[in-house]
Design a protein around this ligand. Structure first.
Ligand code: SF4
Length: 388
């Protein structure tokens, strides 16, 4: 029987597991803090746990890291890890340092079934959902590896923000996602505020409602088009959950959201969705004047315009910089906060939309992963050291 992975539990889950071992909740809190606040995986080093509990844990549990296939650093400080999740699948995780924050972009699935036209992950197809432990292992590894590498003082966090914006549609892996989010928010875990944890979705309306009820963190929506016909072509999920459906879900979400706006992601595609006419349609869309949505339905929002990162199979091109700036100005002149995402980590293929990983539904994925191991350095994941 394989060992129980303690990264699979949020605090309530761990307390229930510990209760099954005859242990009180405060023991689960101690254990949770050792794992998520100190990065400790060795039960023997959890010195304030009773010896009897350490013995029980050692026999049946582990803190299971993901095996690191590679770690690449960009000249701008961005770090990209490729993690092996077994069966020929690998997922990517990216750390983006900025002056006032350190953001980790985390994957939720190996591959993705949504198939957005401009997304290299979508072009790979879907392999499988990640477990809670595999989602959290990305954060766990990154946080404690960075603390070590950056030689941060005890207690100082490397990662201040998490965006579920890596490979996969997080709301299609809901059961694993929610305990991972709760662990990120838990004061005994990573202690991040709800405003600093963002779930990005391509627009699964019913699941947006569930997230609002279960764990309302900040919400980003991959919009990419101002009208249903174009969005149907770029984001196939739109054929099932059209803009009116999506905007009603956004409106309901904002009733409980930790931010009072939705972030709309908009990937700028040359000649496809980037004209001044598209920008004016977008203004109408979010200000309740679009024929695609219920008249008067307005969504408080900000826009994040994303320069497209071309990849050969897409047949799409990046919009020229001047066109992106003109597009942004139209939104800003209409009173909508709009930012143009800086491209980060271009030199290590870590920019948005370049997260491709490897998935097993391609016939020769295992061989390709093996070849990749042969040409890039392999770092052993090991266990993260106590960093606090
Ligand atoms: S943009 Fe997101 S939802 Fe769309 S295919 Fe890529 S990973 Fe999936």
């Amino acid at each position: 029987m394989s060992a129980v992975n303690l990264l699979d539990f949020d605090l309530d889950g761990l307390a229930a597991f510990c209760a099954g071992l005859g242990e009180k909740r405060f023991r689960a809190v101690q254990l949770f803090r050792w794992i998520h606040q100190k990065g400790e995986a060795d039960f023997e080093r959890m010195t304030d746990l009773a010896k009897s509990l350490r013995d029980k844990l050692a026999g049946r549990c582990e803190v299971r890291p993901l095996a690191v296939v590679s770690e690449h650093r960009s000249s701008d400080g961005t770090v990209k890890w490729l993690f092996d999740v077994g069966g020929g699948n690998a997922v990517e995780t990216v750390f983006i340092p900025e002056d006032d924050r350190g953001t980790l972009c985390v994957s939720s699935q190996a591959g993705c079934a949504v198939g957005c036209r401009f997304c290299s992950t979508g072009h790979q197809g879907f392999s499988r959902n990640l477990s809670t432990g595999e989602i959290l292992a990305q954060l766990w590894h990154a946080e404690f590896a960075l603390r070590r590498q950056l030689q941060l003082p005890a207690g100082e966090r490397a990662i201040t923000n998490v965006v579920m914006m890596g490979m996969g549609e997080p709301l299609q892996n809901y059961a694993a996602l929610v305990p991972a989010l709760r662990t990120m928010l838990d004061d005994h875990g990573y202690g991040l505020s709800r405003r600093r944890v963002t779930v990005s979705t391509s627009g699964m309306s019913r699941m947006i409602d569930r997230l609002r009820d279960d764990c309302p963190v900040a919400l980003a929506v991959s919009l990419h088009a101002p009208a249903d016909d174009l969005r149907d072509a770029l984001v196939p999920l739109n054929r099932k959950h059209n803009l009116d459906d999506l905007f009603h879900a956004c409106q309901r979400y904002l009733e409980r959201a930790p931010r009072d706006f939705i972030t709309f992601e908009y990937c700028m595609l040359d000649g496809v969705n980037d004209t001044p006419g598209h920008a004016r349609q977008l203004v109408d869309l979010v200000q309740g004047r679009s024929p695609c949505t219920t008249p008067g339905l307005q969504i408080p929002c900000k826009f994040n315009l994303i320069p497209f990162n071309p990849f050969p199979q897409s047949g799409l091109k990046r919009s020229p910089r001047e066109r992106v700036q003109a597009f942004a100005r139209i939104l800003q002149d209409a009173g909508i906060v709009t930012t143009i995402r800086k491209t980060r980590g271009d030199d290590i293929d870590a920019a948005c939309g370049q997260l491709a990983g490897e998935v097993s539904d391609r016939t020769n994925a295992k061989e390709r992963l093996q070849r990749r191991r042969e040409v890039i350095p392999i770092h052993s994941a090991g266990s993260a050291e106590a960093g606090a």
